[in-house]
Design a protein around this ligand. Structure first.
Ligand code: ADP
Ligand code: MG
Length: 265
């Protein structure tokens, strides 16, 4: 078999095996190997590296799409100096994703605009980079989705969307029209994930008011019990980043209640 035939045969077989990146790169890498006098082992290692790298990128892109983030902002985009109530070290530690291994939940509490969703998404992106299945949903979307599924007799199947991913981001647990049935659905999600999969929840409602939030103090107690058992709470007290420029320009802002008290934001 001459070189041209060998190349063609190798191309066919690589594609048959699904190693398309190797097939694409084979001619140029073969030339390069000859030029640089690579050993056979070095040559094959380079080619395999390229295939593996390509696959990782594809998987990551797929996980990214499945996560359905509302925007892509990273920890690098977050200005910690603007929000001194956040412990930067703690957030960086969380970004190592140990919390997902131990099915620990993260609760981001604070008024609007302080970066709760930004940080939740940033941690989600870190998870996706490590190919941890992640799903982002707002509480409002989850409620209407599960309500619809329930009415259409496919609740249990639909529930898996929220229980299967290793990391669930439940954004904006705020005062919504939560009917008793909706509260029970949220409880199911939390209970099914308990000690199995992490949840990042963002909310402007402090724990003391979750009875009101869910319209049922007993259910709220049972839910918080599971949610907080293995958890980290990040309490953000500060000004809205959205109003930062106004703040700089000296425009007086409406007073914001300090966190830790009752309802925030
Ligand atoms: P929250 O969810 O707490 O209401 P967001 O996370 O949506 O607030 O933040 C509002 C906007 O301000 C977003 O565009 C976010 O990226 C940006 N933002 C908030 N805090 C910071 C910060 N400390 N550094 C950089 N951008 C920030
Ligand atoms: Mg938000």
């Amino acid at each position: 078999m001459n070189e041209a035939m060998a190349l063609e045969r190798a191309d066919t077989m690589l594609r048959e095996l699904g190693l398309t990146r190797m097939a694409d790169l084979l001619p140029s890498h073969a030339e390069e190997a000859a030029r640089e006098s690579l050993t056979y082992t070095q040559f094959i290692a380079r080619l395999l590296d390229a295939e593996v790298e390509h696959r990782y990128q594809r998987y990551t892109a797929a996980f990214m799409r499945l996560a359905r983030f509302p925007f892509l902002r990273t920890l690098g985009d977050f200005d910690f100096s603007f929000q001194p109530s956040i412990d930067e070290r703690q957030v960086k530690e969380l970004a190592t994703l140990g919390f997902v291994e131990s099915a620990t939940n993260i609760l981001m509490l604070g008024p609007p605009g302080v970066g709760k969703t930004h940080l939740a998404v940033a941690l989600g992106i870190e998870a996706v980079k490590r190919r941890i299945s992640t799903y982002f949903v707002t509480a409002q979307e989850l409620i209407s989705d599960l309500r619809k599924a329930y009415l259409e007799n496919r609740f249990e199947r639909r529930l898996k969307i929220y229980t299967r991913p290793r990391l669930l981001i439940l954004d904006e647990m705020t005062y919504l029209p939560i009917e008793p049935a909706d509260a029970a659905h949220i409880f199911r999600v939390v209970a099914e994930r308990y000690e199995k999969g992490s949840i990042i929840i963002t909310s402007n409602v402090s724990y003391g008011n979750w009875g009101q939030l869910l319209g049922d103090a007993i259910l709220a107690g049972a839910l918080l019990d599971r949610l907080l058992h293995h958890s980290v709470t990040i309490n953000i007290r500060g000004q809205s980043y959205r109003l930062k420029d106004k703040l700089r320009a000296g425009v007086p802002l409406p007073a914001q209640p300090t966190a830790g008290g009752g309802e925030q934001g």
